[in-house]
Design a protein around this ligand. Structure first.
Ligand code: SAM
Length: 248
């Protein structure tokens, strides 16, 4: 697993304020949630809490969840809130309490095994009220593999310069997966540090996502395209009626 959310959690927090437009992202989720008056929400992969602040400021009954305590500790100290829990998205244990569950930042890309995807979606199904909403973004396989290019980023944050050199390599062992090799070069006060990181990420075709959702009791309401990614808006349907659930 990547070090980006543990050893490098502070670097992530500093870098991504310049990479993601969190105001725009919040507005996007907020507009989808408002359509069905969702109030009580769970954000999976909440990271360092950049969206959490916005959800809380806008009156949502919010809970943030992430695998890495290093990320959650940044969120807790920045936002001065205890609305965060450490948990793996593959082993949720909530009981029909949320109006909506969001997986933000395309965090499901880190769940690379089919069983992990099914466990995540089943746990979300159990967490949602009847007709509750699931909203999540994924990298789209054709878009990613059609333009499978290495890239470099240079980010300045306060007195720090962060350079990230990314090299991509096909993996394809558990689906549309690839390995992301990243070198971080961090310069501050004339000192320089280098970190090497590697992780495997999964992208999906729309057909794959549709089948995973069908098997775990969801109906797709809308697919929103965003370049090399898409966001799915799905509704929890009940009763459960699928081959996958029969074995549970
Ligand atoms: C790209 S970051 C997105 C963070 C945040 N949503 C943002 O936009 O800044 C992916 C997040 O997913 C979390 N994550 C990865 N695997 C996870 C898992 N199995 N369960 C829960 N969170 C996970 C990471 O710790 C990280 O915070």
């Amino acid at each position: 697993m990547t070090q980006l959310y543990s050893t490098l959690a502070n670097i992530y927090h500093e870098m991504y304020q310049h990479i993601f437009d969190y105001d725009k992202e919040f507005d996007f989720y907020h507009s989808l949630l408002q359509r069905t008056n969702c109030h009580k929400i769970l954000e999976i992969g909440c990271g360092s809490g950049m969206l959490a602040r916005r959800f809380l400021d806008n009156g949502y009954d919010y809970l943030g969840l992430d695998l890495f305590n290093e990320m959650l500790n940044i969120a807790r100290s920045e936002i001065k809130s205890d609305r965060f829990i450490q948990c793996d998205m593959r082993s949720l244990s909530f009981n029909q309490q949320f109006d909506a569950v969001l997986i933000t930042g395309r965090s499901i890309a880190y769940v690379i095994e089919n069983q992990g995807i099914l466990d995540t979606l089943t746990g979300i199904h159990k967490s949602l009220k009847d007709n509750g909403l699931l909203i999540f973004g994924v990298f789209e396989a054709t878009g990613i593999f059609d333009n499978f290019n290495d890239f470099e980023q240079d980010i300045a944050h306060n007195n720090k310069k962060i350079k990230r050199i990314s090299r991509l390599k096909l993996n394809l062992t558990t689906g549309w997966t690839y390995d992301w090799y990243a070198k971080y070069i961090i310069e501050e006060h004339e000192k320089s540090m280098v970190f090497d990181d590697v992780t495997t990420l999964r992208c999906f075709t729309k057909d794959e996502i549709s089948l995973f959702l069908k098997l775990t009791g969801f109906k797709i309401k809308e697919i929103i395209e965003e370049g090399k990614a898409f966001t799915i808006l799905a509704e929890r349907i009940s009763p459960l009626n699928s081959a996958y659930y029969k074995d549970q």
